[in-house]
Design a protein around this ligand. Structure first.
Ligand code: PAF
Length: 281
């Protein structure tokens, strides 16, 4: 595995791979890799002759007061895991390499970026879309792998790729969960033992919402009330939102129909956790 820290070098290597007819699979991450990331890496390695992983904790997607400074990092462990899984290139740029001067060009996706996380974290998706556009421009044509745990992020990246005609295939992979249903997330390390014990309530809320839909409920407010009631049972959870929306637009436009997505976000002490699942009506 080659570990690369500069933009020209990664471009050079990957252009040479494509010229030689080898397609590229790309997994963008912020590091501190957990089994959720590793399943994306495994899929990228399996489905592409060349696999690239990037590790970059992107300051643009953290607001003032969020956890940029304390975001967990372990480059040595990440690098060993990537090597063991057969990654060909690990791209680990510094902040100066990615943003040598103050950023004047920002990619802002409207529509799908506006609700839910867009309300809770108003600058987040512009930071994500900007860095992902930049990473796609650096890596070049590829298949890029994202976890469905960040469903709204997948929708934002897909919309950006489509609007800007970026030659990247966005692949959404299934959420990886702990045995008790908690979705894997780098931020789970912030949970105290008591909070960790209650955190699977998010999965339970999604299940209750899905059960209501299976039983014939198509009113989004009613499904949301079912999910809220479940999260309310956990006294350490402070619910941010529980939403039942159309999977592509992330809003509800009358009775739920077709592909539906249920999304929840809640704070447990220092940790703000999100989760989601889908159904077809
Ligand atoms: O999902 C993440 O880890 C980040 O938002 C991403 C896509 C790597 C952009 O910084």
């Amino acid at each position: 595995m080659e570990t690369i820290t500069t933009i020209p070098e990664v471009r050079e290597w990957l252009d040479a791979e494509r010229r030689a007819g080898r397609g590229v699979g790309f997994v963008p991450t912020m590091g501190y890799l957990h089994p959720g990331h590793l399943s994306l890496v495994e899929t990228a390695v399996k489905e592409n002759p060349v696999a690239v992983v990037s590790i970059f904790v992107n300051p643009l997607q953290f607001a003032e007061g969020e956890d940029l400074g304390s975001y967990p990092r372990d480059l040595a462990a990440d690098s060993a895991q990537c090597e063991a899984l057969g990654v060909d290139y690990l791209f680990v740029p510094s902040v100066e390499e990615m943003y040598p001067s103050p950023v004047a060009t920002v990619v802002k996706v409207s529509s799908v970026a506006a609700p839910l996380e867009g309300v809770a974290r108003p600058h987040h998706f512009a930071g994500v879309a900007t860095v992902v556009a930049k990473l796609f421009s650096i890596v070049g044509g590829c298949r890029a792998y994202f976890g469905s745990k960040d469903w709204q992020q997948v929708c934002v990246v897909r919309r950006m790729v489509s609007d800007l005609s970026i030659p990247v295939d966005v692949v959404a992979c299934p959420t990886v969960r702990e045995p008790d249903g908690l979705a894997m997330s780098s931020r789970n390390v912030y949970l105290s033992a008591e909070e960790r014990a209650q955190a699977p309530v998010l999965r339970a809320a999604l299940d209750a919402g899905l059960d209501a839909i299976s039983a014939g409920e198509t009113d989004s407010a009613a499904v949301e009330a079912v999910m809220e009631a479940v999260v309310d049972r956990a006294d350490l959870a402070s619910l941010d939102y529980a939403a039942a929306v159309q999977a592509d637009s992330l809003v509800s436009d009358g009775p739920l129909h077709g592909e539906v997505r249920l999304l929840v976000a809640a704070r447990f002490g220092r940790a703000r956790l999100i989760d989601n699942d889908g159904a077809v009506i």
